[in-house]
Write a protein that binds this ligand. Sequence first.
Ligand code: MN
Ligand code: MN
Length: 263
Amino acid sequence: MRKKIVIQGINYDSNSSFMRGPAKAPDIIRQAFYSDSINAYTELGINVTQSEQLEFKDPIKPTDFYSDIFQSVDNIISDGKSLITLGGDHSISYPIIAAHAEHFDNINILQIDAHSDLYEDFEGNLHSHASPFARIMENKLAARLIQVGIRCLTPHQLEQSVKYGVEVVEMKDFHESKLPDLDGPLYISLDLDGLDPAFAPGVSHHEPGGLTTREVLSIIHNIDVPVIGADIVEYNPIRDHVGITAAVAAKFLKEIAGKMIKN
Ligand code: MN
Ligand code: MN
């Protein structure tokens, strides 16, 4: 039996280190997703918006960061559904993946990001959006963490990636044909600043020299293992121009949902 895919926003950006904005993202991505300017088909031929498998839920606004997010995700998965989350800053991936780890063994995480987000803490905040993958790895919530698009490793973050056995594909070495093989169940964590700011200006941290929209689409299209869940994070509407980054986020949402329906 095919499972429903819930799409839920998390209106939260209090763990951002530089600027606010991503808390306002989910509704804007949803509007772009349903815009009359695009049709309902993914590039692989799946009609997503007419699929009865998609269920948009109203965004949540956590007051207790960890437990509110964990509980909400756990309820959805316990219901036999899978989840794509619209962020929010990247800190939310820790409680989201923690809830997935209650239901799935040996999770592989594919993180697309300019930053490795492996800081032990950032300015004293253990839940900073610069630290979710340190929490995930120290709590052994994933069998593998594969990071793609990274282009500003500090010596500390490099140390952390060695300590936790993270497979880092730095942007300077990126080539689509050289990505590590995935062996699911796969969780996709897509930080929009992994893209070059030319393609996605609507993020808090502009880090030039990143992935193209097409490269990210190809990575998604070439996934041949079951995708158990995903998040699309760090969209900052305050920084966007004419909704271009919202359209990119909505496109990724459509293609990832199509993948989840198909695989
Ligand atoms: Mn980032
Ligand atoms: Mn990130």
